[in-house]
Write a protein that binds this ligand. Structure first.
Ligand code: UDP
Ligand code: MG
Length: 315
């Protein structure tokens, strides 16, 4: 009987966790798989850890890792995948936005042998602010144009994968993690399931608009070098244009003897080019900053407490 490890990143999810646990627990015995929960408490400030301790006390299938502080969802997923030892590994949010009712179908698809992982996407963005949906769509259009890695619009982190794929993901030990890109980068045979957007069961989302925007920029920088090329091509183009303008001005001065005029427009051009240069420097700076963080080789997470015996606490 194959075993499934269900990795659940949790950050301030005291209200959703009991709902998630009971709903998922009701579905799993219907499948012919053994299972374990692997909750990752991402440094929650509420009673999440207490809830996890209590669940673990009453159910030996519940295991948890608790971080020493908030390291972010990406780190929580990474910690879960590092420690999951099932034949299949699932990643699910704690807020029931990833419907556990899909699990039996996902398991059946893996068992059929045709796929290595089953991924999910939202068919629509019902219940989401329209402006957020609009930006999300633009983001996917842009990143698919400038990155070699395919990113599916509406893709969730909700996945069921074979161990081999989980190991491949763990082997990508980069510090700046963008799961949507990493899942796609490692390849393997993927089956996509679509479902209607579900609103969060309890608590509230941890993603403000600005956090999402920053996440999108991180995604672009992590999976594309296009901004760097755009900066250098743009620079070349501007050099060419200014060279042509120089020739025109010299010729005009020699033939027509125009006096030098247009102080205001000169200042405008100088400011424009100065701004452009700063912008391109900033783009370069973003890549350098990422490289800097990577070269430090800091741990992705630090586990302060766990009820698993074979855990790597720092990685
Ligand atoms: N999460 C986490 N660490 C964080 C932020 C979020 O582990 O710093 C978890 C959170 O508990 C939830 C999942 O990531 O299980 C998705 O978060 P959320 O529901 O806030 O995001 P949304 O569904 O709105 O994109
Ligand atoms: Mg959510």
């Amino acid at each position: 009987m194959p075993k499934i490890s269900i990795v659940v990143p949790c950050y301030n999810e005291q209200d959703s966790l009991p709902l998630f646990y009971s709903e998922t627990k009701a579905i799993l015995p219907g499948t012919d798989c053994d299972y374990e929960f692997l909750f990752v408490d991402d440094g929650s400030a509420d009673e999440t850890l207490a809830v996890l301790r209590q669940l673990a006390g009453q159910d030996s299938r519940v295991t948890y890792l608790s971080f020493s502080r908030n390291f972010g969802k990406e780190a929580a997923i990474y910690a879960g995948l590092c420690n999951a030892d099932g034949d299949y590994v699932a990643v699910m949010d704690a807020d029931l936005q990833d419907p556990p009712s899909l699990l039996p179908q996902m398991i059946a698809l893996l068992e059929s042998g045709d796929y290595d992982n089953v991924a999910t996407r939202r068919r629509n963005r019902k219940g989401e602010p329209p402006i957020r949906s609009w930006f999300a769509r633009r983001f996917y259009q842009l990143i698919n144009r400038i990155s070699d890695t395919d990113m599916v619009d509406g893709a969730r982190d909700f996945r069921l994968m074979r161990r081999e794929m989980a190991e491949a993901i763990v082997s990508m030990s980069e510090y700046n993690r963008f799961s949507k890109g990493i899942f796609s980068w490692v390849g393997f045979r993927t089956c996509w399931l679509s479902y209607d957007n579900v609103e969060r069961a309890a608590g509230e989302t941890k993603w403000s608009f600005w956090k999402l925007l920053k996440y999108a920029v991180d995604g672009i920088i992590n999976f594309s070098q296009a901004p760097l090329s755009i900066a250098s091509w743009g620079g070349m183009l501007m050099t060419l244009v200014s060279f042509l303008m120089l020739i025109i001005i010299i010729v005009r001065r020699l033939i027509f003897g125009d006096p030098v005029a247009g102080w205001a427009s000169t200042i405008c051009v100088i400011i424009f080019i100065g701004g452009l240069q700063l912008f391109c420097l900033g783009v370069m700076g973003q890549y350098i900053a990422k490289t800097y963080m990577e070269t430090k080789h800091r741990p992705h997470f630090i586990i302060a407490e766990t009820n698993r015996s074979d855990t790597r606490r720092i990685r």
